[in-house]
Structures are given as C-alpha cells and as structure tokens.
Design a protein around this ligand. Sequence first.
Ligand SMILES: [Zn+2]
Length: 576
Amino acid sequence: MAKKRTFAFSLLSIAAILIAHGGYRVFGMLFAFDKTAPPVKLTKVEQGAIAESVASLLAVQGPAALPKDRPVDTITREELRDHVYFLASDSLGGRRPDDAGYNIAAEYAASQFRSAGVRPVFTGADGTPTYFQKVPMMRVTTAIDHPFTLSTAAGDKVIEALDDLRLFSRGPSISKVPMVFIGYGISEPDHGWDDVKGLDLKGKVAVMLIGAPLRDGKPVLPAAVHKSYQGIPGIGRRVQSPGLRQNRPDALVVVLDKEYADVWDILPNVLGQPQLQYRPGGGPGRVTVPPAAAALVRGAQAEAIFAGQEYNPLDIPSRGLAGYKTFEFKDVRLSLGIRAAVEDFESMNVVGLVPGTDPALAGQVVTVGAHLDHLNPAGGKIRNGADDNASGSAGVIEIAEAVAMRPFRRPVLFCLWTAEESGTAGSRHFLSAPPVPVDDIIVNLCLDMIGRSDPDAGKTRKHYVIGAAQITPELKAVIVAVNAKTIGWPLDFESMESSMNGSDHYNFHLKGIPTAFLFSGRHEDLHAPTDDAEKVDFEKVQRLSQLIYEVTAELGNRDKSIRPAAVQKEPATARF
Ligand SMILES: [Zn+2]
C-alpha cells in the first residue's frame, strides 16, 4: 500500500513521529433484546414451527445452542461498564506504565483472564506460568539548568517564570544564539507562499507563529492546505517541509495566541513530567538528544521575546497580514540549558491464550489486542482514559471470556499492551519476544477507543476501522460480511486511513500481518482529563466488542487463513 502518515492522531504521538523523520521531537441490532417490549402473540402455526425448530436444535446440539447460551451474549453492557468504571477510576491514576495504578489495572485484567479460563503463556522468574510479560522501559526526566535568557547589549534578561513555556521537545542546550522571526514558517512555493526562502536558519533560533495566514479573514492558502497547518499537528507539517528540513535552525520557538488557552494544560511538555520510552533489548537506557529543541510560548513570555524589535507580530493572527514580514532579531540572543536524566524500569503486558481445537491449525494464531495504559496527569488533573483505552481493554477482557466458553479451531491470543502512549512500547516488545513465532500470527484485531463518536460520526455513531480497506481487502470483506450478518453497526473503512500508524496494530502491519484497528476518531476528550467513564457509549462498546468476537470466530474457524502465504513486507521503518 501507499503508506500514509498523519500528524493529527494525538498531540503526544506527534513528538514520536517526528523523531522517526530525523526532525524535531516536536513532536481508534439485530439482536437487541428489549426486556420491556410487550409479549408477542403467536398463532398456533407459529408456535408449532418454533417448537419444532427448538426441538431440532436440541436434538442436534444440545441445550447450549439456545440463544441465551451463545458466548457472544455474555458480552454484556453491564460487565463492560464495570470494567471501564474500574480501569478509568481516579484510584488508578490514569494507568501510566511507571505507576502502581497501571500495575493494579494489569492485575485486574489477569484476574479476569484467570477466572474465564484464559491461560497464561509466559513463565515467571520463579518458573510458574504468568500472564505478565515484562517490558523494559526508561523514564527520561528533563530539567532546565540554565533558564530561558534573552541577552541584549543592556544585559541579560532571565525569564524565570516557566508558566508560559512548554518545552515540546528536548534538544542540545543553546547559548547566546541569534534569533530569526520566520512568520508562519510555512514553505509552500507551489501555492505562492514561502516564509523561509532566502533565510539562513543554521546556528539560529527560529521564532514562528502557529496556524496559517489569513487575509481579510480568509485563508491565503487553498482550504485543505490551510487546514493542514492548523494546531499542534500543523507544527509537525512545517518541520517536515523541505524548506525547514534543509535549513534547520538550532531551536524552534513557537508563539501561541489566545486560541490555545483551552488546550494549554494538555500541550506536550517534557519539563515536569517524565518521558517514558522503550528500551529495546533491555540494556541500560541512554538519552538520545534530538537535533533541536522546540518550545511553545505564550503570553508575557512571547511579549518579552518581541520587546524592542521592529514590530510585534503577536496580533497578526487576529489583525491580518498588514505589515507582515520575517526579520532577524536585533541585539538579542537566546540561551537555554537543557539537562536530561535516565532511570530504567519495567512495565508489563498482560497476555492470555485460548488454545484452538484443531491441531492442524495450531500454527495459525489470531491476536486480539488493546492498550491498557494511558497518560500522566495534565494540569494537575488525572487523565483517566475511559475511551482511550479502558473501552478497548474491557472489550478484550469480555471477548476473551466469550471465546474461552467455546474455543475456535485456531488459537486466540488476547493482549493488553502497556505503553502504547509511549511509542507503542508494549506491542513492540511483544513482537520482539513473542510467545509464539511471529510468522504464526495470522491477524491482529486492535481495539483502541471503541466507546465514543467523533463529531464527524454524527448521529449514526459510526465507527472507524483502519488498515483493512487499503491493505487487506480480504479482511475488510470478512468484517463487512460478519457485521452484516450479526451486529450491523455502521462502519467507516475509509475516512481515517491516514491514521494507519496510530496504534499498536501498526507494529503487526510492519511485520506483514493483516490488521484492523477500531477507533472512535478524534473527539474533544482525547488525551484530556475529561475522557471519563460517564461519557462512554456502552451500547457501542458492547456492539463493537460483539462484532470483534464474531469476526474472531470467523477468522478462527474458517478453513482458509486470513494471512496470505507469501506476504509482501513493508520496509522495516516503524514510526517510532
Ligand atoms: Zn489509545
């Protein structure tokens, strides 16, 4: 497939995406029994027909075939609600992988697997079977050891208050570096706009505005291009552009206007909250320093930067382009000392197996996964991650319980990964030290956010399925057919394809394994302290979990494996 990348999936993933590019580290009814419905009166003929069909069912399969005993019906809204309310409770503190709250979530999931008869697949240090797979990680703490200082002929002005600064990305320390205002920092020569043409940014700090230019309130660039430069994702787009890649400054300072007041608290900030990263191979963690630091500033700090310069561009977004131009700062240089410390730790994946019933298919493993972790508090508020991803974790727990009741021909591994929010560390480690050969894994179904609907999903509450349409049309065909036959939930396979690298399934994709990723879309509570259990649509969580159960049943029981025998592999360039 033509691999598409997005810079919009999450604020925090922007940072990781950009590392991969050598740039700055700037960067998801049919059987709706209605208990209140009045009893339906049946004619004698109908009663006879029903009695006959029930008798024939009993004769062939025994009482277990009665609808109320179908495993899929054990995936109830009540149990899903219980799981989500527990996992997304304040007591678990947001389930960050280096915190006790995450370990409690992992113990909870393991106990659910155990009581459902889902088997452990790993061996613990004491030689006993365990559901836990240790994942080597490190905690990188960034501090400022030389404050943000503006040096002028009149002396140094130290900006002590860091309330108006977010260090988006670490980088080398800088000392008395000249500054250049690069306007919007947009280089779109094909559309007649190039802010960086003719500027030499090497050895300098580039200062720029967020957003894209407006003239008389209207976008100067074509609508789609204009949109791509909005918000934090738009910063990533600039940094990726040839104009800035080939002419890279030593540091980037992005000045934000009032529009960003609402999201200020959840903007990425490497100061004050440790960054969690995977330690591939499990050796001692080492800090890698990205080529350039990037900071977001606002308010008094932004004003201080422009003080005494030929004009103050801070009101350009509101007043339009009159007087707009780039300039070299006069008589002022910027210093900032950045220090990072590393501490190793281990988090864990929770993995359980329901063995298959057909020995001939034992080497064809279906995986169903979801990430169990979430994020640090932001602005002092716990980010409970109810949709992201207590919803998907609850789904995996319930699907596992249903599959364990009546196993399929193929084995099914149920995976709850740690540290998806920290570079998909858990699934990366799972695939680097898998409990079964990677070549035996025939498919990954990934549930990352299954309980909300973004504004574009509208009243239909449609859900996005990413990866299947472009890459594995056969998997899409299976999902469509199974959905039509069973749950009938509105699915959208196209709109979010650009988020292909948005979650753990992507690591499976990179190994040539067919994947489908269920995603709520980018709703307003994504990664915010407001992603709480009260807002979750539990009918949706139930129906989508039942759908994935049915898809797993089809992939687990059909004669033909969903994974093609000879797989066309992508070049091994993970996004992180
Ligand atoms: Zn997620």
